[in-house]
Write a protein that binds this ligand. Sequence first.
Ligand code: SF4
Ligand code: SF4
Length: 207
Amino acid sequence: MSSIFHNTAVQIEIMCLDQNTMAPINATIFNDKLHQHQVMQFLKSSNNSLFENEQLIQYLTNLLLFFAKSVIWLMPLIFAIIFLKPQYFLNYKDTLRKLRIHHKALSQGPVKRYFENFFKTRIDQTNQISGECNQCGNCCLNQQCVFLEPIEDEKFQCGVYNSPFRKFSNCGAFPISSEDIERYACPGYVFNPYPVINIQCSSSVKT
Ligand code: SF4
Ligand code: SF4
């Protein structure tokens, strides 16, 4: 949005709060060079594309989950081959049981998050996050990832961490927002919000 506002003019209505009563008040920012309908058109098309992206993301999410469920019985073999871990196939029943749990966990948000991250529609707050991972395994589908392996001191490690195929997953992109940290109660990272700046609005501001 900033590019259209740069060196142009806008007339937009913004909603803000009265600092005394905290009641919402309407404020208008005027500028001459761009007509209101152009701004509204821009906002409308921008809202439309967000909506279209949301629909596409939902469609791709459902498609991937459906596909994964259809071929789940094949996955122990495929994983044994691509991750060079024959135990996934040798322990077929156990792997399949874990895969079903994994699939259910995936359907509760992570696949959608993957596509939101891919299409950059998810808020990225990485520059406001600090800390380090203590290997609790929470963000690995709440410790339900089929590849998660327990190590000492109630810690976990990723059984396919060094595989190039892991790069195609969501795993390297955690956490990117405060929502991520909250969702998995991540004990390693903290979100450091930017300080709040109060902007005083008036009901008619003209430039
Ligand atoms: S939830 Fe946080 S601390 Fe736990 S494994 Fe994930 S990144 Fe590491
Ligand atoms: S990092 Fe490894 S164990 Fe964790 S979710 Fe990703 S693949 Fe699973």
